[in-house]
Design a protein. Structure first.
Length: 241
């Protein structure tokens, strides 16, 4: 563990399925984010779950991520292993299909859990970069908030978005110019991270998976009880690769 001091707590691995399929998780090597007068702690790349130790948030490893040898087209494969069982059989394997346009996700016995697809260039204006297919369920998509509903609804919201964007751009330029003359002008970013929501439809009850931010790290929250947690892990691993 990099950056660990003697008085830092030992954060043990946690069961990957221990949160009942509804708890949040992150993907990365950050065990503890940096804070005032406190360095970050890092470890191996893994699917991690937030946990509190002495009033401080840590990200305990749940599934270790291993990048496998690349295929002939230089598209990597991945294996996920339970962090509490190092060296054991993989939880799932992510195998690229069609030069990485999709990944087939299988369990330790080779049974198919589903697919994670990369959004085609033609649809990226209305849909986020990766989406899911789990056998027996509709497609799980993350559409931009203004791109839901009928084509007429999308067109109307697109026009409104363009007008608001132009106004925000002008306002931002004016604020920036005005701030240049201020002593110690605040240069911090005002960007607000918006959550990403994957659904099987346009209604709230179709909510499957969300992604927001916690301590500067993207955190994923499965919502649908039928979603295979390993498939959610696979999508997050590919997004964070």
């Amino acid at each position: 563990m990099f950056g660990r001091k003697r008085d830092d707590p030992v954060v043990e691995p946690v069961p990957w399925e221990g949160t009942g399929g509804v708890g949040g998780f992150v993907v990365g090597d950050v065990l503890r984010p940096a804070a005032f007068r406190r360095k970050a702690l890092t470890g191996e790349r893994a699917v991690r779950e937030p946990t509190m130790r002495g009033g401080v948030r840590y990200f305990a490893p749940a599934a270790v991520v291993t990048r496998l040898g690349e295929a002939d087209d230089s598209t990597p494969s991945y294996e996920l292993h339970a962090a509490v069982e190092p060296g054991g059989a993989p939880l799932c394997v992510l195998t690229p299909v069609r030069r990485g346009a999709a990944y087939r996700v299988t369990d330790t016995d080779g049974a198919e859990l589903g697919h994670v697809h990369r959004t085609s260039a033609a649809k990226r204006a209305v849909q986020h970069g990766w989406w899911l297919r789990q056998p027996g369920h509709p497609e799980i998509l993350a559409r931009y908030h203004w791109a839901r509903g009928s084509a007429k609804d999308i067109a109307a919201r697109s026009r409104e978005k363009a007008v608001r964007g132009a106004g925000a751009l002008v306002s931002g330029v004016v604020d920036s110019v005005a701030g240049l003359g201020a002593e110690g002008g605040d240069q911090r970013s005002t960007h607000v991270w918006k959550p990403v929501t994957w659904r099987t439809g346009d209604e709230e009850e179709d909510l499957v998976l969300t992604c927001g931010h916690l301590d500067g790290v993207r955190v994923y929250h499965p919502h649908a009880p039928w979603l295979d947690r390993r498939l959610a892990f696979a999508l997050a691993v590919l997004r964070e690769a």
